[in-house]
Write a new protein. Structure first.
Length: 226
C-alpha cells in the first residue's frame, strides 16, 4: 500500500486510493480491535494487531483515532504509569502526534529525555517522526546534529531515516540534508551504512523528473561523497 501511495503523492486520486485501502482494512480492524489478545492462543491476531490498527488510524478512521486518544489521555493523567500495551505504543504515539499539536509532541519529547529502555525509546522516536508540523519537523531534525544530542548515538541515523521516509517529512528532510550536508558528513561520513541509509531513505519517495534532477545536481555539487 505504501508504494502505491508514494507513487501517487500530490495526485488528486490519492485520497480515493487511501479510502479504498481503508475499506480493505476495516473488516480486519473490526475483527481484531484494541482489546488485549492472548498471544498463546491467538498468535496471528497478536502479530496483525499493530499493523491493522496503525493502518486504520493512518487512513483517518475516526473510531481508531479516538481509541488512540483515549489510551493517550489515560497515560497523560498519570505519566508515571503507562498502561498502553507495549505492542501498540508506536501506533498510539504516531496517531497522537500526527493528529495533535505541539503540546503532544513536546510531551513525548520530554518522555524521551527520561527514557532508558531501548524498545520504548524507539517507540517514542517513531511517534515523534509522525508529526506533520513543518516547524516541528525541522526542530526535530536539528536535534540530531547537536553536539550532545538527547537521542542516543545508535538511534540518530535511523531516526532521520524515519522522518525522511514520511510523506510530510520527506521534502523538508531533503532540504535539510542539503542545507546541513557538511555537518551530516562529519558525523556519518565514516559510516557507509548510516550515510547511505539516510540518502536512500530520503530518495525513496522521489518519483518525478524534478526530484531526479535535484538529486543529480546535489550529488555533483559535493566533492567528498563518502
Amino acid at each position: 500500500m505504501r508504494l502505491q501511495e508514494d507513487l501517487l503523492t500530490g495526485q488528486e486520486i490519492l485520497l480515493d486510493v487511501q479510502q479504498y485501502f481503508l475499506e480493505l482494512v476495516l473488516p480486519l480492524y473490526h475483527k481484531i480491535g484494541w482489546s488485549p489478545i492472548d498471544q498463546t492462543k491467538e498468535w496471528l491476531k497478536t502479530l496483525l494487531q499493530p499493523s491493522v490498527l496503525s493502518a486504520a488510524c493512518r487512513y483517518g478512521y475516526r473510531e481508531c483515532v479516538e481509541e488512540a486518544r483515549k489510551s493517550y489521555r489515560r497515560w497523560l493523567s498519570n505519566p508515571a504509569l503507562n498502561q498502553i500495551s507495549a505492542t501498540l505504543r508506536s501506533t498510539v504515539y504516531c496517531t497522537i502526534i500526527r493528529e495533535g499539536s505541539q503540546i503532544e509532541f513536546y510531551f513525548l519529547w520530554d518522555r524521551l529525555k527520561q527514557e532508558n529502555i531501548a524498545s520504548e525509546t524507539l517507540n517514542l522516536l517513531n511517534g515523534l517522526a509522525c508529526t506533520q508540523d513543518s516547524s516541528l519537523i525541522i526542530w526535530f531534525l536539528n536535534q540530531h546534529i547537536k553536539p550532545n544530542p538527547i537521542i542516543r548515538d545508535q538511534d540518530l541515523a535511523a531516526s532521520i531515516q524515519r522522518i525522511a521516509r514520511s510523506s510530510h517529512g520527506n521534502q523538508i528532510a531533503w532540504n535539510w540534508i542539503r542545507d546541513n550536508w557538511n555537518q551530516i558528513f562529519i558525523k556519518w561520513g565514516k559510516s557507509v551504512s548510516s550515510l547511505s541509509g539516510i540518502i536512500e531513505a530520503v530518495s525513496s519517495r522521489f518519483v518525478n523528473i524534478r526530484q531526479r534532477e535535484e538529486f543529480i545536481t546535489f550529488a555533483n555539487s559535493i566533492s567528498d561523497k563518502g
